[in-house]
Design a binder for this molecule. Structure first.
Ligand SMILES: [Fe+2]
Ligand SMILES: [Fe+2]
Length: 331
């Protein structure tokens, strides 16, 4: 291991030839969308600034980046936050209003130390865990998600739920956004519905019916007999009253994610399914459901709901009629 740094430098010099660095697939569109919306973009890298400028130009991104900072702009390598602070100063921007996007734990650490929100980009679950441990507020599997994520809201939510539930939550948001892109639904709505779908889970299941009664959230007797589904109804209420969501399509997707129902919209189906297929989920049959979800939303739902029936009947618990209505819609 003592030889590792020199081996790294040797390999870097050998491999660092023109064309060795490639652009994230599909990176231009999300950056252009952010730029068009008025976001100011800075590239902070560990290479000399001249190399980064060349890369930005060769990738056709020069019109999108307002600022490029390289190795000579930081007294120490990442995660030293100096370049992020400098970028904020040059943009006259508040750290609160900025997000650092990166692929490595050091990027998250750098952003956190500068007081910014942080967005990790990783498709691999192990890398996701490392990014989360380094303080990522949000993790996306694809850079295409960037224009749709709301890191400040996510960071606020993060403070209200335990870490494992939060990792699940941002996984569902990311998965729902990906499916929305695939099946023609609103990506922004899908991400937000995914983010807030379990926002009532912090309330113990045994207390949720009582909280619904107190807050005036209508739940019928059948729903009371299925306690595990109540957080969908309560979550829709909290999404409106606590998290400021007014879009009924999003609220309905949150409400129905536990029970399903007849005539579900594409958005509602997506959030229902993403809850089962987000990267952290690991149950028998999930890979087949994920594979089906690549091309056929309803086939993936058929596989998932059939498995739910097997699971619920084996546990000898009541099955909410919403799930039966969803099944009947699918077959
Ligand atoms: Fe849930
Ligand atoms: Fe969930």
């Amino acid at each position: 291991m003592d030889d590792f740094p020199s081996l790294y430098l040797f390999s870097f010099d050998e491999l660092n030839v023109p064309g060795a660095v490639s652009l994230f697939s599909g990176a231009r569109d999300p950056l252009a969308a952010l730029h068009a919306r008025g976001a100011r973009l800075a590239l902070v890298g560990c290479r000399p600034r001249g190399e980064l400028d060349t890369l930005v130009r060769d990738f056709g991104l020069a019109d999108l980046f307002d600022l490029v900072l390289g190795a000579e702009d930081a007294p120490q390598p990442k995660p030293d936050p100096t370049p992020v602070r400098d970028a904020l100063a040059r943009f006259d921007a508040d750290p609160d209003a900025a997000a650092v996007v990166g692929v490595a734990p050091d990027d998250m650490e750098m952003g956190r130390r500068a007081g910014c929100r942080t967005i990790g980009v990783a498709s691999d679950y192990g890398v996701r865990q490392n990014l989360f441990a380094a303080g990522a507020d949000v993790i996306v599997g694809d850079i295409a998600a960037l224009p749709f994520v709301r890191p400040a809201l996510a960071a606020q939510l993060r403070g209200t739920i335990p870490p494992p539930r939060y990792i699940h939550t941002i996984g569902v948001a990311d998965e729902a956004r990906r499916m929305a892109a695939r099946f023609g639904a609103d990506e922004s709505a899908a991400w937000l519905a995914g983010l807030l779908h379990d926002c009532a889970k912090g309330i113990p299941t045994a207390e949720q019916a009582e909280v619904c009664d107190r807050l005036g959230v209508a739940i019928d007797d059948e729903t009371r007999r299925c306690p595990s589904v109540i957080h969908g109804f309560l979550g829709a209420h909290l999404a409106r009253t606590r998290w400021g969501v007014t879009d009924e399509a999003i609220l309905n997707a949150i409400r129905l994610h536990t029970v399903g129902g007849a005539g579900m919209t594409t958005l509602e189906r997506i959030v229902f399914l993403a809850d089962a297929t987000e990267p952290r989920r690991d149950f028998s049959g999930v890979d087949a459901i994920r594979a089906a979800a690549e091309t056929d939303l309803d086939e993936a739902l058929r596989l998932y709901v059939a498995g739910q029936f097997r699971h619920l009947t084996s546990r000898r618990v009541p099955i909410h009629s919403g799930l039966v209505r969803l099944w009947n819609d699918l077959v």
